[in-house]
Design a protein around this ligand. Sequence first.
Ligand SMILES: Nc1ncnc2c1ncn2[C@@H]1O[C@H](COP(=O)(O)OP(=O)(O)OP(=O)(O)O)[C@@H](O)[C@H]1O
Ligand SMILES: [Mg+2]
Length: 249
Amino acid sequence: MAIRICDLHKSFGSKVVLDGFSVEAREGETLVILGGSGSGKSVALKHVVGLLTPDSGQVEVDGEGVSELGREALYRLRRKVGYVFQFAALFDSMTLADNVAMGLRRQSNLTGEDIEERVAECLRLVDLDGYGPRSPAELSGGQRKRAGIARAIATRPQYLLYDEPTTGLDPVTRAMIDGLILRMSSELGVTGIVITHDMDSAFRVADRFAMLYDGRCRFSGTPDEIRETDDPVVRGFIEGRPELMESEK
Ligand SMILES: Nc1ncnc2c1ncn2[C@@H]1O[C@H](COP(=O)(O)OP(=O)(O)OP(=O)(O)O)[C@@H](O)[C@H]1O
Ligand SMILES: [Mg+2]
């Protein structure tokens, strides 16, 4: 029930993005991955559901090597893993309700009525009550973000990957989304990975932290450990003090 990223290497052309990145989200915990813009956080996350294939190394979910899975097994995996995409990735040609229902329609044990109820419940959880019939194109950035979260949680997945779930949201909505992440973990036992730059949010939801830097895991530890670390790169990042990070170069 864990997600294990092991010695992941990934380059695009001559650009090395991941250079031996390893990190683990243990069963039931929420792991927050920190790292500068362009450091490869989204790239790493996409490997977890097989949207990208590693050059070498691997990701294991539930003990299964993701890049070795055949088509069917990969679909099964994706049903277990909810993904909140950084840029929402909603289909504008469908209503919001249909976007949220997408994963549910593949679950043959649910009736049309069940699906409708589940969609309404998930929209309510992200404070988008009554927005089901709208087109995603009519929504604000923050509303789209929340709709992406509703879609990811609709199938009640065992794993949730959140790529900057609170970016662009106001402080009250951010706290609400953090509350939702915490509930997914405490009530449903979800194992989660959260990518965020929002340190308030990070400290609210994290059981453990990892920092991606120069393609590798620079730090891994508890919230208390990251608060006390004397690594200038990590400190510089969480305190927003680039001069500390510069001294390391
Ligand atoms: N499909 C792709 N083809 C080529 N290069 C890519 C691709 N996806 C990502 N990259 C490059 O990989 C690097 C890491 O990108 P990534 O999206 O993972 O950054 P990030 O850490 O998520 O940053 P941000 O915080 O800005 O979202 C960037 O230099 C990006 O240009
Ligand atoms: Mg990203």
